[in-house]
Design a protein around this ligand. Structure first.
Ligand code: ARG
Length: 569
């Protein structure tokens, strides 16, 4: 329609012209012109069956790898040192990990960087606390808890006592001057925090290629500010160094301070320096930052400042050389890829069932480790009720997969920009759009294969591997697809790739969640209406293949969400 409009043509005439030049006879029935100028395509069942057959042979799983892979850096999770990770970090961790998995599956080069907050003013209070009030035994038992206690203690004291505040300031200055004692304390706090973070990542199956953290860029800040001034991008204003955005209407009223009037650098300075370093090191085509919505303005400003810098490069105003030599590579070139994309993937808050920010009963922020424990405990109760006869280790393993899966899915399913209400009962329900429902659907398909050795064919689906062996594939063929539920399921399988691409393109894993939920529904409709094990040999083989492909897509889809499956629940 829009093409006809722009060509000032009658849409029906245009449709006729297109149709005359179109050859899709291999995959479609006769294409028809309808209505005001629509083209109706009807997929040939034989073509559908062929595609499924190729998937059955392990040639594809309904998605294609990117023809020109891009290098994408994802900055996510990024908790702060000396503080326990809380539920607020869960969305960044889970979303970021899912985006990394999706992009990797589609064949892109993905670099994950955990940009931990390991530098800044908070270390003033922490070091004062460490030197005066540290309880080594408590540190050993719960290091993050003890560091948090120290921080809160000294922070509160500094509110009423100027002297404590000054002391904290001095400790930061000493740390920045690399005083050996303070540096040692800082290092210990960082190491302890990282080992706790690591335990959580391990549990969640989340992996980072790098954990450089803010401290890694500290040495650059001074030079960066100097260069931005020299290039006319930043200037002095009331003693501070500022980037003004007079030419960027929405940011006119929001200049970006990159050096405070007291000479200190801030979050923005660090993010610009980090950007510069990442360009030198990886030359990414895209950088994705995953944080909560409250940081929107910050990233708009940082991105706008970067665009000024990019413009300066293309106008030849930038003369700087990289400050830091990349090991083994010499001085990297500083020119960013021409159409480098910067994306802030932000998300809303997690609310309690009362609609207020999610807290413990005593009003504290919920710690992530406690939350995951509770998920597993609750899932164990449900699993034990359903399968009292399973051995305990087995029940615990299922509970781990189901509990963690439920928490992750509940986080990925809502539109990421809206707040969502955290509800144990909802996320653990076996009915509805939940991880346990999908995991259960998967086990149901798998159980068909456990039963399928009745009547001759003994077939174990290689659902866990992408490949299917020749002897197995020869016994299962998609002969023809006849029942409407069968065709609907087959067509839905074909949409897997489009869904993955849309989820990656718009950074919206909820597309994938909903796709899988629909897949499970279509499978149920198929299974209720189309006999599989009791069908004649040819139909049985064909339908078993369809079951297997549905299981494989379900498993791959869940894996892309970061969710495991089990064979039995
Ligand atoms: N540490 C920050 C926080 O907890 C998140 C950092 C996000 N990444 C970045 N490059 N600014 O809020």
């Amino acid at each position: 329609m829009s093409l006809a409009k722009s060509r000032k043509m009658n849409p029906r005439q245009l449709a006729t012209d297109v149709l005359a030049k179109l050859d899709v006879s291999e995959i479609c029935e006769q294409v028809e012109i309808a209505g005001a100028g629509f083209l109706n395509f009807r997929l040939k069942n034989a073509a559908l069956a062929q595609t499924l057959q190729a998937a059955g042979r392990g040639e594809h799983l309904f998605f294609e790898r990117a023809a020109s892979p891009r290098t994408v850096l994802i900055d996510f999770s990024s908790p702060n040192v000396a503080k326990p990770m809380h539920v607020g970090h869960i969305r960044s961790t889970i979303l970021g990990d899912c985006l990394a998995r999706t992009l990797r599956l589609l064949g892109h080069r993905v670099i994950t960087d955990n940009h931990i907050g390991d530098w800044g003013l908070q270390f003033g209070w922490l070091i004062v606390g460490w030197k005066k009030h540290l309880d080594r035994a408590a540190l050993k038992a719960d290091s993050l808890g003890e560091m948090e206690r120290l921080y809160k203690l000294v922070f509160a004291a500094s509110k009423s006592d100027e002297k404590v505040l000054e002391e904290a300031r001095q400790e930061v200055v000493k740390l920045q001057r690399r005083d050996p004692e303070n540096l040692g304390i800082w290092q210990e706090m960082r190491d302890l925090s990282l080992s706790q973070f690591h335990a959580i990542y391990q549990r969640l199956g989340v992996r980072f290629d790098y954990t450089y953290g803010e401290s890694n860029y500290h040495a650059r800040l001074e030079f960066l500010v100097r260069d931005l001034i020299a290039e006319g991008i930043a200037r002095e204003s009331d003693g501070a160094i500022v980037v003004f955005f007079d030419d960027v209407p929405p940011l006119k009223e929001h200049p970006l301070i990159i050096r405070k009037s007291d000479g200190g650098f801030n979050y923005a300075t660090t993010d610009l320096a980090t950007l510069e370093s990442r360009l030198e090191t990886w030359k990414p085509d895209e950088i994705i930052y995953v944080t909560d919505g409250r940081q929107q303005l910050h990233f708009q400003q940082v991105f706008a400042a970067f665009r000024k810098w990019q413009a300066a490069i293309s106008e030849g105003r930038v003369t700087r050389v990289p400050h830091i030599q990349t090991p083994g590579q010499g001085l990297a070139e500083l020119v960013p890829p021409k159409d480098m994309k910067l994306a802030h993937v932000w998300f809303g808050s997690i609310l309690g069932e009362d609609g207020k920010p999610f807290k413990t009963r005593s009003g504290e922020t919920v710690k992530l480790a406690d939350l995951l424990d509770e998920a597993e405990e609750r899932a164990l109760r449900i699993v034990s009720e359903k399968n009292p006869d399973l051995p305990e280790t087995k029940r615990k393993d299922i509970a781990r997969v189901v509990g963690l899966g439920a928490v992750k899915y509940a986080d990925l399913l809502p539109n990421r920009q809206s707040d969502y209400v955290f509800s144990w009962d909802k996320m653990l329900a076996l009915q509805g759009n939940t991880a346990p429902y999908l995991q259960y659907a998967y086990t149901r398909i798998r159980s068909i294969f456990r039963k399928s050795d009745c009547g001759g064919t003994s077939y174990t689906s290689p659902a866990s591997s992408a490949q299917i062996s020749d002897s197995q594939s020869s016994s299962l063929r998609i002969e023809k697809l006849t029942a409407p539920e069968e065709i609907a399921l087959a067509k839905h399988l074909l949409n897997f790739g489009l869904t993955l691409e849309a989820a990656a393109e718009e950074y919206r894993p909820n597309y994938l969640c909903n796709y899988l939920f629909e897949l499970a529904g279509k499978f149920t409709a198929f299974y209720e209406n189309c006999p599989v094990l009791k069908a004649d040999d040819a139909t049985r083989a064909s339908r078993l293949m369809l079951c297997d492909l549905a299981a494989r897509v379900l498993k791959q889809g869940l894996e892309t969400l970061g969710i495991e499956t089990v064979e039995q629940m």
